[in-house]
Design a protein around this ligand. Structure first.
Ligand code: UDX
Length: 443
């Protein structure tokens, strides 16, 4: 198939490359000419394991190309996939500006029948609105469909090539058939439904996963008070197939480009039809509060934070990505600064992005994890990068002024901690080496 993919962000680029990998001829379009030039040089603007290799291979095979000219790209295509961003407006609603301008352009460029698919996460009803925008600018026949994207950052290629399911929202058998054929090599789990339900499946899925995370975080907070271990609790719960083991890792809450944005957008979508989505509002609030648990533990361990040197390992919202959008680390570091502490930070790849949004001169940036902990009064693990888990904790302890470890991701096992003498504060598990040690050290 000849496919035009509009938008070379996460969703667009990964989808384009993967459709090419399936044997289709794909043209990725972006109006950002600089980005297109980068891509043509073989530079991938996002950090995503495996993506560059796959993109290079498909460019070489002549199945993947890049352009900023949508008209040219659409001349030969049979399918146009809209994958532009829908960033949040201050109200939480999705900003539809890019979708609308792409729709207008598609309407103007349409020279023969094409199937237009929306992959961006868009409020229910957007497909129909886009259909109207295109129809107002062309006399050519076209159809609309929705194929929401469920990929995760850091495993985007893997998720796209091996999805749990493909959801196809279509209102004609021709459109449904085309999309079934396109996706059949990926999975047998192809669900064909109406367009509005497909749009809703994306929001409902993300909202549900976010709910699982906030739920287990609240259970973790209670575990801390009653002396239970949330990892044991989650393990026991997860064995019930109706619950499932995934997304029950307690920590400092979710961040990233999807959960924060999509939960708020769904609250807003519900609000627009006079429905108060109370449960999801609480999920968002719990998630926001959860990050400050790190600060509470630091205060418990150190008494106050004025003049303290606090090492931070990990800035990205999760490992294997340089994405810091809505990362809990942002507000944790802001709070540390407010309380007079000096954050000494390290992340394997997210520091340049973090610097762009949090360029406070009081932050100390380190190229090596061990440099960050040298002379530190406490260490906070905020992203569970594997390189942090491989560190020799005895060496870390020796480098620090005070051996206090706040593990925001429950990343360290008892074996890893054995031999080091940390006052260890995980999430929802009994603190080890207990608080007396930390307080005792201060006296
Ligand atoms: C998510 C969805 O998984 C994906 O289907 C959707 O298309 C986009 O949003 P992503 O944001 O890339 O993907 O990351 P994911 O791996 O889902 O993690 C999201 C956040 O939740 C991270 O901050 C992670 O640390 C946190 N998380 C995840 C937890 O705190 N606990 C968990 O058990 C799982």
């Amino acid at each position: 198939m000849n496919i035009t993919v509009v938008g070379t962000g996460y969703v667009g680029l990964v989808s384009g490359v993967c459709y090419a990998e399936l044997g289709n001829r794909v043209v990725c379009v972006d109006k950002d000419a600089h980005k297109i030039m980068q891509l043509e040089r073989g530079e991938i603007p996002i950090y995503e394991p495996g993506l560059k290799e796959l993109a290079d291979a498909n460019v070489r095979r002549g199945r993947l190309s890049y352009t900023s000219d949508l008209h040219e790209a659409m001349r030969l295509s049979e399918l146009v996939i809209i994958a532009v961003g829908t960033p949040p407006l201050p109200s939480g609603e999705a900003d539809m500006r890019y979708i609308e301008s792409v729709a207008a352009e598609i309407g103007e460029a349409l020279g023969h029948y094409q199937l237009i698919v929306i992959k961006s996460t868009v409020p229910v009803g957007t497909n129909e609105a886009v259909r109207g925008l295109i129809a107002a600018r062309t006399r050519q026949p076209f159809e609309m469909a929705s194929v929401p994207e469920f990929l995760r950052e850091g495993s985007a290629v893997q998720d796209t090539l091996h999805p749990d399911r493909i959801v196809i929202g279509a209102d004609s058998s021709r459109a449904a058939h085309t999309l079934q054929e396109l996706h059949r090599p990926l999975t047998d789990q192809l669900i064909v439904t109406d367009i509005r339900s497909a749009e809703m499946i994306k929001y409902a899925s993300n909202a549900f996963l976010a709910t699982k995370i906030s739920f287990i975080n609240e259970i973790a907070n209670i575990c801390e008070k009653v002396g239970a271990d949330v990892t044991e609790v989650a393990g026991g719960m997860g064995l019930d197939r109706r619950i499932g083991a995934a997304f029950l890792r307690a920590g400092i809450g979710y961040g990233g480009s999807c959960f924060p944005k999509d939960t708020k957008a769904l609250i807003q979508i519900a609000g627009n039809v006079a429905y108060d989505f109370k449960l999801l509002k609480s999920v968002v609030e719990v998630n926001h509060m959860q990050r400050f648990g790190v600060i509470d533990k630091l205060l418990r361990a150190l008494g106050h934070l004025q003049g303290r040197r606090v090492a931070i390992w990990g800035l990205a919202f999760k490992p294997e990505t340089d994405d810091v959008r809505d990362a809990p680390a942002i507000e944790i570091i802001e709070r540390l600064l407010e309380l007079g502490a000096t954050p000494v930070v390290h992340d394997p790849i997210a520091m340049p992005n973090f610097r762009r949004i949090a360029a406070d001169p009081r932050i100390v940036w380190c190229e090596q994890p061990l440099d960050a902990v040298r002379g530190a009064d406490a260490l906070c693990l905020l992203t569970e990068w594997s390189q942090y888990l491989r560190q020799d904790l005895r060496e870390v302890e020796r480098a620090m002024a005070r051996p206090i470890l706040i593990d925001g991701r429950n990343a360290y096992s008892a074996e890893q901690l054995a031999g080091a003498h940390f006052a260890y504060y995980p999430v929802g598990r009994p603190a080890m080496n207990n608080e007396d040690i930390a307080l005792h050290e201060l006296i």
